[in-house]
Ligand binder design. Structure first.
Ligand code: NAP
Length: 292
């Protein structure tokens, strides 16, 4: 049986560490502050933002969510960002994606002060990560790295195959793991839809990170014995046996891959819970910097 790499357990440990850091900051007169801008009524976005609020509450971070209607003008979002950029009580700013179609997502994300960009999506932070001098690590990839390290599967010296090259998962986790740094220093291969034969690469992988958004992208015949697998995917599939009529699965065919794996992250309960925790970590880091 493969060991399960449970993000929800690792998250609890990191939260304990963060609580101590927040207390120390408060003793020095700094309370970490996060502002979230949420535009429109996307139900999934509302759930994420609610969970972010709960995490802040658990840790003693001051959080405020500004909700705008779906037809709000882009200028309103830019105005709010400007206000938060200039507010010393605000250490982290997050604009919940996706934004309504009439808004220019790039323009909005670029308006955030890179020093308050706790999502790590600003090009300054993307560039700093690339050259090995990161400030904020993007949350999901940072969570994946923590899952590997804290489960005793240090990527150093290993061959990591990432399947998926998005700007929010595939590319940043590649950038994190290839750096000559502790908890990284891996040999990284990245696959995508242009890859001739994904299995040719995954079969050689010590660690596979699957982030495609398609259930069953990684099947049992595509992996070697003893592989470590991080399944980033979150996909809804119909399931009449569930009250909601669906269940969540990852991008990995768990039942086929688990028997061959040394360790594997489940879905749900794997990567998912780590993302918000790393957002909290970035917010605390941003606050800390104000007194360093
Ligand atoms: P995305 O932007 O749609 O990117 C998917 C990537 O996978 C693309 O690079 C695509 O290649 C590649 N791809 C798709 N099918 C493939 C296949 N059969 N073989 C090889 N490569 C393939 O997705 P994303 O935003 O990175 O998200 C990926 C998954 O992770 C989704 O299920 C998402 O819900 C989940 N996710 C979870 C969290 C979390 O907190 N747990 C956070 C973010 C994302 P091309 O570039 O060639 O199109």
């Amino acid at each position: 049986m493969a060991e399960l790499i449970r993000g929800k357990d690792i998250k609890k440990k990191i939260e304990e560490e963060l609580k101590v850091e927040v207390e120390e900051l408060k003793a020095k007169g700094v309370t970490p502050g996060l502002r979230v801008i949420l535009v429109g009524d996307d139900p999934a976005s509302h759930v994420y933002v609610r969970n972010k609020g709960k995490a802040c509450e658990r840790l003693g971070i001051v959080e405020d969510t500004i909700e705008l209607p779906a037809d709000a003008p882009e200028e309103k979002v830019l105005e709010l960002i400007e206000e938060f950029n200039n507010d010393p009580a605000v250490h982290g700013i997050l604009v919940q994606l996706p934004l309504p179609k009439h808004m220019n997502e790039t323009k909005i994300l670029y308006a955030i002060d890179p020093m308050k960009d706790v999502d790590g999506f600003h090009p300054v932070n993307v560039g700093r990560l690339m050259i090995g001098d990161p400030d904020f690590l993007p949350c999901t990839p940072a969570g994946i790295q923590q899952m590997l390290i804290r489960s005793g599967n240090d990527p150093a010296g290993k061959h990591v195959v990432i399947v998926g090259r998005s700007n929010i998962v595939g590319k940043p986790i590649m950038n994190i793991l290839m750096q000559k740094k502790e908890g990284a220093n891996a040999t990284v291969t990245i696959c995508h839809t242009g890859t001739d034969d994904v299995a040719k690469y995954t079969k050689k992988a010590d660690i596979i990170i699957a982030a495609t958004g398609w259930p069953g992208t990684i099947t049992g015949d595509m992996v070697k014995e003893g592989v470590v697998v991080i399944d980033v995917g979150v996909n809804r599939i119909d399931d009449d046996t569930r009250e909601k009529g669906y269940r969540l699965v990852g991008d990995v065919a768990f039942d086929e891959v688990e028997p061959k794996a040394k360790a594997i992250s489940p879905v749900p309960g794997g990567v998912g819970p780590m993302t918000i925790t790393m957002l909290m970590k970035n917010t605390v880091r941003a606050a800390k910097r104000t007194i360093e």
